[in-house]
Design a binder for this molecule. Structure first.
Ligand SMILES: *Cc1c(COP(=O)(O)O)cnc(C)c1O
Length: 395
């Protein structure tokens, strides 16, 4: 099919839940993707913070080939080595004692909500069914995770959602104090909000939250689906503050571009769940976990993480040097950076295509940079040059 035929057929056969630009991507190499006409784009989006190792990475391709040729799928009715090894690696490099595997982000958020409730049920505290989430949050699109996602547009047509979620203000401990009750099962938040506009939680806020939850008997769920696995220059975003959660969701980059979700938790939480109380057909399959183990081993290497920090700092620095009246703020951590504009980010995103730049936004006025973690300084230079030119050309 030629590009026009593909675009036409998409309109005919695919449910219209997305808008897409008028070209068709066909391949990727390093941190670049190419469309059907051979046009090259620098990728600052990485499939929404997913392709940590970029495209056509030889080691990743090999891991996928080996995984596919080996045991493809078995269901969770059987033991497999790669599932256990990935869980061990995640546990050894985090606060967690145990792992539950799913297939996507929203699915492990859903699991986190269930596990948190079960923790309290198991302790005889059956009133604790509620959750506190935050303004600007994004946790997914299923009925539980959507209930914790602060978006009237996403929620409104689908109510009733899971009841019992209240929203506090991000980085505002007093508003959490006002929202938390003796019926709060857990507080759920992203240590760096992604979709909401790239807002890092302050270290003091997370420390205060931990103390408050300990005092009030509520659990903490960190959603590190976007900010975890090296994105902020530390393996986990929570490490910047030194505050550990009780549960943590991980997904997007964990298998380098293949779908996976993982819920990490303490033994105290895990011990509340018994055989048959939760499950999945595909989650933690041998092929996907063998690929994820290969990705995780590389990304968690201290040298790799130091590269992310250095490149991220350079990106922030270079973006801050752009002299444009449209830039209101540059913020973020590592290679998760938001540029707040005084104009619609969609306009900039569209202009990016003509300049050979793939951009994504967060909310209306923030351009969000979440490139492959293998981004080099030369790529930052190219990004900044193009982004600056686009801003300079805005009417
Ligand atoms: C993307 C995202 C999700 C949802 O993950 P899916 O894989 O799209 O279901 C949840 N939380 C955060 C913070 C995310 O960025």
């Amino acid at each position: 099919m030629n590009p026009q035929e593909i675009i036409q057929a998409e309109k005919q056969y695919i449910a219209h839940t997305y808008v897409r630009p008028p070209f068709v991507l066909t391949r990727g190499e390093g941190v670049y993707v190419y469309d059907a006409d051979g046009k090259k784009y620098l990728d600052t989006a990485a499939g929404i913070a997913v392709n940590a190792l970029g495209y056509n990475d030889p080691e990743l391709v090999k891991a996928i080939q080996d995984g596919a040729a080996g045991l493809l799928h078995t269901s969770n009715l059987f033991y497999t080595e790669s599932q256990v090894k990935l869980a061990q690696a995640l546990v050894e490099k985090s606060f967690a004692d145990k792992v539950y595997f799913g297939n996507t982000g929203t699915e492990v958020v859903e699991a986190a909500l269930k596990f948190a409730r079960k923790y309290h049920v198991e302790r005889g505290d059956t009133a604790r069914k509620n959750f506190v989430a935050f303004r600007g949050s994004f946790h997914g699109r299923t009925m539980g995770s959507l209930a914790a996602t602060d978006s009237e547009k996403y929620q409104a047509p689908f109510r009733p959602l899971m009841p019992g979620v209240s929203f506090a203000n991000f980085n505002d401990l007093d508003s959490v104090r006002a929202a938390i009750t003796d019926e709060t099962a857990a507080i759920i938040l992203e240590p760096v909000q992604g979709e909401g506009g790239v807002y890092p939680a302050s270290d003091e806020f997370l420390r205060g939250l931990r103390a408050l939850c300990n005092e009030r008997g509520a659990l903490i769920i960190f959603d590190e689906i976007q900010c975890g696995v090296g994105r902020t220059g530390k393996l986990w975003a929570y490490e910047h503050s030194g505050v550990a959660p009780d549960l943590m969701t991980v997904a997007k980059p964990l298998a380098g571009g293949l779908p996976i979700g993982a819920l990490l938790m303490t033994d105290a939480v895990a011990s509340a769940m018994h055989v048959g109380e939760h499950g999945t057909t595909f989650g933690g399959g041998p092929m996907i976990t063998s690929v994820a183990l290969s990705v995780f081993n590389r990304v968690s290497d201290p040298n790799f993480l130091a590269h992310v920090t250095e490149t991220g700092n350079y990106l922030m620095e270079r973006l801050s040097e752009i002299n444009s009246p449209h830039i209101k703020e540059v913020r973020g951590r590592g290679l998760m950076v938001g540029v707040e504009l005084d104009i619609e980010a969609a306009k900039i995103r569209t202009a990016g295509y003509a300049h050979g730049l793939l951009l994504i936004q967060a909310r209306e006025k923030v351009v969000r940079f979440v490139p492959p973690l293998v981004f080099q300084k030369s790529h930052v230079d190219e990004l900044v040059e193009k982004f600056g030119a686009i801003l300079a050309g805005v009417q």
